[in-house]
Design a protein around this ligand. Structure first.
Ligand SMILES: Cc1ncc(COP(=O)(O)O)c(C=O)c1O
Length: 341
């Protein structure tokens, strides 16, 4: 790929942002400090205190703003990224949106490798933030396109001499972003919760919570919520259509004994969980939040009375109007809507 010479204005945008100590991050300062909301209506008959950590309040609408921010700012601080660096990553969703805003803010060129499953609205948002989109079309036979996307990333990195791959599957600044997420929860509650329900894909969130809790000598039970058809916890790969949760490759962050329990949730049940969250709590959230709700329902009989339980809701439902929240889409994929279990 031809390397474009960066315009002076782009470099000055990078330099002034990085050296402006008064308001170092501008809009990026809005990442994190998301609300923790008491959920009184969901499972109201259970004698637990249930809270939702509302990651859709991040400016990009998801928890991945935190990951993207921590990875990029740490790489700027360490000198791995300068004003001429091209950022190249494989992502079809929330991580892409997080990276797109941050790279736009710093005037960094961003290439995102995606696949035909990308949500059309997400693609439009990414392009609006001037991210360049490269699509792969070769299905990897593991229920997705991940292998082909990663090969394309390698190819692009080898063509760009000054390039940086955030590599959300391996970069430890991903889990480290959630030391802060965990701290916020404890600060809001005034104590550590007894249970935290966490949706998994790269397991960056899960690992960050586990490390942060251990560091503080606190031991909440971390419940991992994964997609049926995801290989993260050693299952056979299968087709998954709800984005965000699950993976077609094992996680390098997962340490199995940091997890108290694992609950697998089907795509269809994710949708039911999203509807419950909307109907009972007026929260419009994405598929992995629906999975968290269904996992809570499964686990409730095993949770002792008076426990404090946190459900981490990773993203907003707004980008899923034509899928999860569309009756015709649900009917097409799963059959009659009101026959859903
Ligand atoms: C909506 C949503 N839920 C859950 C996850 C899983 O997070 P992690 O990759 O930290 O395991 C992601 C990750 O992209 C996500 O976008």
């Amino acid at each position: 790929m031809e390397k474009e010479s960066p315009k002076n204005s782009v470099l000055s945008k990078f330099n002034s942002s990085v050296t402006d100590k008064k308001t170092p991050f501008g809009i990026l300062d809005c990442i994190g400090n998301t609300p923790l909301v008491l959920l009184k209506r969901l499972f109201s008959s259970a004698s637990i205190q249930l809270y939702g950590k509302m990651e859709m309040f991040n400016p990009g609408g998801s928890i991945k703003d935190r990951t993207a921010f921590n990875i990029i700012t740490k790489a700027i601080e360490s000198g791995e990224i300068n004003g001429y660096t091209t950022i190249i990553e494989s992502t079809s969703g929330n991580m892409g949106i997080g990276l797109a805003r941050i790279c736009h803010y710093y005037g960094l060129r961003l290439i995102l490798v995606t696949d035909p499953h990308i949500n059309p609205l997400t693609e439009k948002i990414l392009k609006t933030f001037q991210a360049e989109i490269v699509k792969v079309h070769q299905n990897d036979g593991m229920g997705g396109y991940l292998k082909s996307r990663l090969e394309k990333v390698e190819e692009l990195l080898s063509l760009e001499s000054n390039s940086f791959c955030p590599d959300q599957y391996h970069n430890f600044n991903s889990p480290l972003a959630h030391v802060e997420t965990y701290r916020e929860i404890c600060e809001s509650l005034g104590k550590a919760p007894d249970y935290i329900f966490i949706a998994t894909s790269t397991c960056g969130t899960l690992r960050g919570f586990a490390e942060a809790a251990a560091e503080r000598n606190e031991f909440p039970k971390l419940i991992a919520v994964d997609a049926e058809g995801s290989v993260v916890f050693g299952r056979e790969p299968n087709v998954r259509i709800i984005p965000g949760m699950g993976a077609s490759r094992p996680s390098d962050f997962l340490i199995r004994n940091q997890v108290a329990d694992v609950i697998h949730i089907s795509d269809r049940a994710c949708i039911e969980g999203c509807q419950m969250l909307l109907d009972l709590e007026s929260i419009l959230a994405g598929g992995s939040s629906g999975a968290i709700v269904m996992a809570l329902e499964k686990m409730l009989p095993n949770i002792p009375a008076n426990s404090t339980v946190v459900a981490l809701f990773p993203d907003s439902g707004e980008r899923y109007m034509d899928t999860i929240f569309s009756d015709s889409w649900v009917e097409e994929k799963f059959g009659v809507v009101n026959e859903m279990v």
